[in-house]
Design a protein around this ligand. Structure first.
Ligand code: ACO
Length: 402
């Protein structure tokens, strides 16, 4: 009989792998301060230059001006040269289901790109970096193309400018003012990377089997979609809309607590004293919305924050201000999580390359909790029903409604 090459079977386990160190990374650290490749998040976020951060994550060092511009030109060129076969497939899908979630279109689109580009396995580092740079341009272009096609419009050309300015222009249909493009760039920087989160770990697990980058990224998009991870930013606006006014906040929250529902945009697996990204972007969001039609939402958000802290000791995560910023920029809710995909593409691909460069199959163990050994009964003589496996669901995942 084959035995696992590990010590005796464990008698304890960490639910959801909480607190488990599952590998090493040089891409990002959360110890004390959030840092990308050693650089603190705050100056990177304030500079708000997604291209320089994507370059840093992928190549390991901050670029010079020339390196940054050449990188940006390669990414833009990828955004402008989406394979017509991919557009054609999305066109047919949009005609059949124009109401499909953009997040699903992105997952399908990356999978299609993988089929067309035929990743070479095992990838050399240079080839993988080139593939990552192409994805950085192709994915925002896919998102914008889907939005056009789902609205029955032909696919518009990719504009000039940074990824942030160009994507914002494509998604809103107008050239963004400089302060809008700047804060949008900051959200991309803040969303770019976050160590072994669920989607990144998914991507690493997939490529650890020897599979390719597009497969890893397709899986990561699926993992990000869930409301406990990236999907939360779309639900944040639902929360705010459902509460409606600061006076209703307390009663609404009590209802959620009584029903054991989580409040989207609060809490974090790693940050128990608050998410530095939420603090930074929250302040920027308040400055952006001051004196605008979006300002009243900030009063409501502040009330919810103080109640969540007082009642549950929970602070906002990045999704809480990011959703409000996207709303203030005039973006539809259905593209909030896809924008997270555009940004996290940089972190995912950096991790995929790191995993492939120092790979060992990711294959943990489980603690068996099923029936004791029993004898097989042939179908003809079987009576009675097998008992369903007991599950523990924890808190409710149902979408929050008033
Ligand atoms: N609302 C209400 N209660 C909460 C929330 C919340 N947002 N978050 C945690 N809790 C409660 C838990 O139910 C748990 O209560 P219990 O002790 O009575 O069972 C307690 O706080 C402790 O929970 P944790 O162990 O800290 O939660 P965990 O680490 O397993 O989960 C998670 C983290 C999934 C992010 C959780 O906080 C959550 O569901 N938040 C809402 C979804 C969300 O905003 N996700 C975005 C994450 S950040 C990102 O992707 C950028």
């Amino acid at each position: 009989m084959n035995m696992p090459p590990t010590p005796a079977a464990p008698d304890a386990f960490a639910r959801g792998l909480a607190g488990v160190v599952a590998g090493r990374t040089a891409v990002c650290s959360l110890e004390g301060d959030l840092r990308y490749r050693g650089y603190s998040i705050e100056p990177l976020a304030r500079a708000g230059d997604f291209e320089e951060v994507a370059y840093l994550l992928l190549h390991g060092e901050l670029p010079t001006r020339a390196e940054r511009d050449a990188f940006a030109a390669r990414v833009t060129s990828a955004a402008r040269s989406l394979d017509p076969a991919v557009i054609d497939c999305l066109h047919r899908l949009a005609a059949a289901r124009p109401d499909a979630a953009p997040m699903d279109a992105l997952r399908t689109g990356v999978s299609l790109l993988g089929q067309i580009e035929r990743d070479v396995l095992p990838g050399r580092r240079e080839a993988l970096l080139a593939q990552a740079e192409r994805l950085l341009g192709q994915v925002p272009a896919l998102l914008a193309a889907w939005c056009d096609l789902a609205s029955g419009r032909p696919v518009a050309p990719w504009p000039t400018g940074s990824i942030a300015a160009a994507l914002l222009e494509r998604l809103t249909g107008r050239t963004p003012p400089a302060d809008h493009a700047a804060i949008f760039g900051t959200t991309l920087v803040l969303y770019a990377e976050h160590e072994f989160n669920a989607s990144t770990f998914t991507a690493r697990t997939i490529v650890s089997t020897g599979s390719d980058m597009h497969s890893g990224i397709t899986g990561a998009i699926g993992a990000l979609k869930g409301p406990l991870h990236g999907g939360a930013n779309e639900q944040v606006l639902e929360v705010l809309a459902a509460i409606g006014s600061a006076e209703r906040a307390e009663a609404w929250l009590e209802e959620q607590f009584a029903a054991k529902r989580v409040v989207m945009g609060f809490g974090h697996r790693v940050y128990k004293d608050g998410d530095v990204r939420a603090k930074l972007l929250g302040a920027m969001c308040r400055a952006l919305t001051r004196g605008t039609a979006a300002e009243p939402l900030e009063g409501l958000a502040a009330r919810v924050e103080s109640l969540m802290l007082a009642r549950k000791g929970l602070r906002p995560n990045l999704d809480w201000p990011a959703a409000r910023v996207y709303h203030a920029l005039g973006l539809p809710v259905s593209v909030f999580t896809p924008i997270f995909v555009v940004a996290r593409m940089s972190g995912w691909t950096a991790h995929v390359i790191e995993q492939i460069g120092d790979n060992r199959l990711i294959r943990p163990l489980s603690l068996y909790c099923g029936p004791a050994p029993r004898d097989y009964v042939p179908l003809a003589s079987r009576v009675g029903q097998a008992e369903a496996c007991p599950t523990r669901t924890g808190f409710s995942l149902s979408p929050i409604r008033p």
